[in-house]
Write a protein that binds this ligand. Structure first.
Ligand code: ZN
Length: 473
């Protein structure tokens, strides 16, 4: 990913940077890069990240992280933009903010946290880096030299995932030391992000001690790491002074016991069940249930069933279900359906998804499972009806159009398949690829006069849209 991302950045960011006519800043602290430009830059980077296999495209984990993050944003005084939180499958303890309000969190951090307030604390700190425009200022300082700005930006993203290759990539630019100095947030930035983040954490009803507790553990862990500090500490320098500052602020607040949500426990159990080997995961949850070493019994039971499904021990998984489904949660309902699905019990799975979706109508993981099961069991026409209903309330979800393309492919409708794929690209901002798909659709030799004219009209519209965007750049 590393080299590729730098390359991508050279392709995408260079024209972007060249088009910026940044005014002289003088001594003003205001950043010159506009929020709109920052967002566009972030979207370009996200487009590449979403293609990376490490990007966790799991609706349950994604929705959990996004909901948690946006609960914090709702309690920020200065958040004037949209935020999007996402998870990256990586055992390193890390979280990072990209330009434009995109905030990534590693699964390693979610698993290492001992409470929901700890994850929230780290996210709040990242949100604060965005709302206080630290990233915008970092970018802006580097606008003097385009190359440096590009490299530093790419590295700021890559620093998220510490690996020896980051060093190699930096050397490739021949400016490793200069870049390194640009990479870190300043101490003032860190202190401000802590202060603003704490307010958010407190306002959103989390335990403000979560932030200090987590940072402290990170610092202690640092001494145990042979290869240096966890990646998080490289981009967010942590000092005793900083931890002291946080603690002073917390001491002035009354003590507050905050219970972790069931979702927090279930999502962690899900990630744990997916890591390591399947038999290790089974053993881990068996042990935790036997010794009653758990924070949430329901989550441990969930983890055991998820691990048993992974180990393809469906009989045992089924015997564990009755104790599990006593706890009401869409995450648990989804697991029950997934079991039937994985065991190849089509009718039971379809019935399960249908029932569960009546109880949790908006839940994405249930929708996805139901859709996939219908396509798999040669009922793609029903799957398309499902998509149509959902598109009425979410007309801009690219996933729905990708699913629609899949269902059309299963039915052998190549014209509709390419059209739907094209619409998916429109919604991820890839107009070139969208137009290509529309042209493929026209060349399939399928469709009647009306369908073909509709696609031609859409193609003209997309060309106009692209011309408009090029003018803006
Ligand atoms: Zn920081």
């Amino acid at each position: 990913m590393f080299q590729r991302l730098i390359l991508l950045c050279l392709l995408l960011c260079a024209p972007w940077a060249a088009a910026q006519r940044l005014p002289e800043l003088g001594d003003t602290s205001a950043a010159a890069i506009s929020p709109g430009d920052e967002r566009r830059l972030g979207e370009n980077i996200m487009r590449e990240i979403r293609r990376d296999p490490a990007y966790l495209d799991d609706p349950e984990v994604a929705d959990y992280v996004d909901k948690l993050g946006n609960r914090l944003v709702a309690h920020s005084d200065s958040a004037r933009q949209k935020f999007e939180f996402f998870a990256v499958r990586d055992p390193q303890i890390n979280a990072f903010a990209l330009p434009g309000g995109f905030i990534g969190v590693h699964t390693g951090l979610i698993l290492a946290a001992q409470s929901e307030s700890e994850i929230a604390g780290v996210l709040a700190h990242e949100v604060a880096h965005v709302t206080q425009r630290h990233i915008a200022r970092m970018l802006d300082q580097q606008s003097q030299s385009q190359v440096l700005s590009i490299a530093a930006l790419a590295l700021a993203i890559l620093a998220a995932r510490s690996d020896s290759q980051v060093g190699e990539a930096a050397m490739a630019f021949g400016q490793a030391s200069v870049i390194q100095s640009q990479l870190n947030f300043t101490r003032e930035n860190e202190r401000e992000a802590d202060r603003v983040g704490l307010q958010m954490l407190d306002g959103a009803g989390f335990d403000p001690r979560g932030m200090a507790g987590f940072f402290e553990r990170l610092q202690r862990a640092t001494r145990l790491y042979e290869g240096g500090a966890p990646s998080y500490l490289r981009t967010h320098p942590l000092t005793f002074e900083r931890i002291g500052d946080i603690q002073n602020r917390i001491e002035q607040k009354p003590y507050r016991q905050v219970a972790d949500s069931l979702d927090f426990h279930l999502i962690r159990a899900k990630l744990r069940a997916e890591s390591g080997t399947a038999s290790d995961a089974v053993a881990f949850f068996e042990n935790s249930l036997q010794e009653r070493k758990f924070l949430s019994e329901a989550a441990s039971r969930y983890g055991l069933v998820a691990s048993l499904i992974r180990a393809r021990d469906f009989g045992r998984a089924r015997r564990e279900i009755p104790a599990l489904v006593k706890t009401e949660s869409p995450i648990i309902a989804t697991l029950e359906c997934r079991l039937a699905d994985a065991a190849g019990e089509t009718d039971r799975a379809l019935d399960c998804y249908q029932r569960a979706r009546r109880v949790h109508p908006g839940y994405r993981a249930l929708f996805d499972g139901h859709f996939a099961q219908l396509v798999q069991s040669r009922r793609a026409t029903e799957a398309l009806q499902l998509i149509d209903t959902r598109l009425r309330s979410e007309p801009n979800d690219p996933r729905l159009y990708r699913q629609q393309a899949k269902a059309h492919a299963a039915l052998g409708n190549r014209l509709q398949q390419h059209r739907a794929q094209g619409e998916a690209y429109v919604r991820t901002g890839e107009l070139g690829a969208a137009m290509e798909q529309m042209q493929f659709a026209l060349k399939t030799g399928e469709g009647d006069f009306y369908q073909l004219s509709a696609i031609e009209a859409r193609l003209r519209e997309l060309r106009r849209l692209q011309a408009e965007q090029n003018r803006k750049r």
